[in-house]
Ligand binder design. Structure first.
Ligand SMILES: Cc1cc2nc3c(=O)[nH]c(=O)nc-3n(C[C@H](O)[C@H](O)[C@H](O)COP(=O)(O)OP(=O)(O)OC[C@H]3O[C@@H](n4cnc5c(N)ncnc54)[C@H](O)[C@@H]3O)c2cc1C
Length: 384
């Protein structure tokens, strides 16, 4: 007999685990049976997630470092900001995964299994087929996503990056300040920057990031990392940890794939901010929405995660897709002409229309107005 659960979460990555964490912490779900499936529960690959939020938060137990000062750098500006009410935080995925998976294993209503999902099929219930089993549920949360199979009429840039956590045998870094973007490097006709996140005075994550249409050869990332570390003035160091990744930057309407039985979450749900690649905070916010939605039992309706910031992302990405070399200039203008906290709230989709108009006026008007008109069809199609 096929085993049935109240909810099945496909993928125990960032979004699957944040959703599980919220379900565990809400007594409403104590009697709901939850199955979570992932093909690899060991999660050995290092990922460092950063985001900004208020100082106090449920995620602080997992935060390895938080900064009250952040810096934006480019050829024409160096802007350091002391953040008043928020901090820039760093979470290491290996510890995060291990802690939450252990939590899940202690919950009576949760079952967690390691198996590969081969099919998710919707009829009057949803069937999830794995390599060795089959399960049923009325509600599926799906975070399975493959960048290589994404077909879309929307511009797609890839945020690709490689980072090294380096250690020096002398005190070099100012670990009170996180450099979130440093564009003062050769752009080579792309949008390229580094970030430097000092964990201590002799240890930092240095990451080389591009927003572009295609990947570089592996040795090119290494070469740029070496060059940049040398430019910082670091004479000798060891590489303690390496990470690399690729995130889709697109306004593709992932939400249209949701039904009233299947909700796509995480990157698969379009929860990665198209213009920045930041995902953690949006997963957190959207999982709150999912919890509220489930408790209100609106199961016959579709849940919506739409915000008007999607339109700004669409216009911005279209510009960046057609003129990829402009990224440095656009980010420089945004940070130079606006208060850093406002920029951060804008990137969090948390601004008023008045504030959004102010931010928009930082960008080249003709170029952005043209992009708006070129995308009118897509905007109407998305909303109606
Ligand atoms: C190196 C790196 C650094 C990043 N840094 C940041 C950052 O600083 N800030 C930020 O906000 N975001 C960051 N991101 C982006 C984002 O936070 C992550 O990509 C995040 O992991 C996305 O969460 P997700 O749940 O959508 O996908 P994932 O975390 O990838 O989860 C999907 C899960 O599905 C499983 N799976 C896939 N296929 C199957 C299958 N067929 N059967 C069973 N299981 C399957 C996978 O094993 C995986 O565990 C970073 C990403 C990477 C890769």
């Amino acid at each position: 007999m096929i085993k049935k659960y109240d909810y099945i979460i496909c993928g125990a990555g960032l979004s699957g685990l944040i959703l599980s964490h919220k379900i565990i912490n809400d007594r409403y779900f104590d009697n709901k049976s939850v199955l979570i499936i992932d093909k690899d529960l060991s999660h050995r690959d290092h990922k460092t997630w950063c985001f900004w939020e208020e100082k106090e938060s449920i995620w602080n137990d997992y935060v390895v470092k938080a900064w009250s000062n952040i810096c934006f750098k480019s050829t024409n500006i160096v802007k350091e900001t002391h953040l008043e009410n928020i901090t820039y935080k760093m979470i290491k995925s290996v510890f995060f995964f291990e802690s939450i998976i252990n939590k899940i294993k202690n919950e009576k209503n949760f079952t967690i299994i390691e198996d590969e999902i081969v099919e998710i099929k919707e009829s009057n219930v949803v069937k999830v087929k794995t390599k060795s089993n089959e399960f049923e549920s009325d509600f599926i949360f799906n975070s399975l996503f493959d960048l290589n199979t994404l077909k879309s009429s929307y511009p797609l840039l890839i945020q690709h990056f490689k980072g090294w956590t380096i250690k020096t045998d002398y005190e070099f870094f100012n670990d009170d300040v996180a450099t979130i973007m440093d564009f003062s490097i050769n752009q080579k006709n792309d949008t390229r920057f580094f970030y430097v996140l000092p964990i201590s005075k002799n240890k930092a994550l240095v990451e080389f990031t591009l927003f572009s249409k295609s990947f570089l050869a592996d040795e090119e990332y290494d070469l740029e990392l070496k060059k940049y570390i040398k430019k910082l003035g670091i004479k000798s160091y060891v590489v303690d940890e390496k990470e690399k990744g690729a995130i889709p930057m697109t306004c593709h309407p992932f939400e249209k794939n949701n039904s009233n039985k299947i909700i796509n979450i995480g990157t698969a749900g379009g929860w990665t901010k198209p213009s920045s690649g930041y995902t953690f905070k949006f997963v957190d916010k959207n999982c709150e929405k999912v919890i509220k939605f489930l408790k209100e039992k609106k199961s016959s309706k579709k849940i919506s995660f739409k915000t008007r910031h999607w339109i700004y992302d669409l216009i911005f990405l279209h510009v960046l897709y057609t003129k990829n070399n402009l990224g440095k200039n656009l980010f420089e203008k945004m940070f130079a002409k606006n208060k850093t906290e406002l920029v951060l709230r804008f990137l969090d989709n948390d601004t008023s229309i008045k504030e959004e108009i102010n931010i928009a006026s930082s960008f080249p008007k003709i170029l952005f107005t043209k992009s708006l008109f070129q995308n009118i069809g897509k905007i109407l199609n998305y909303y109606f």
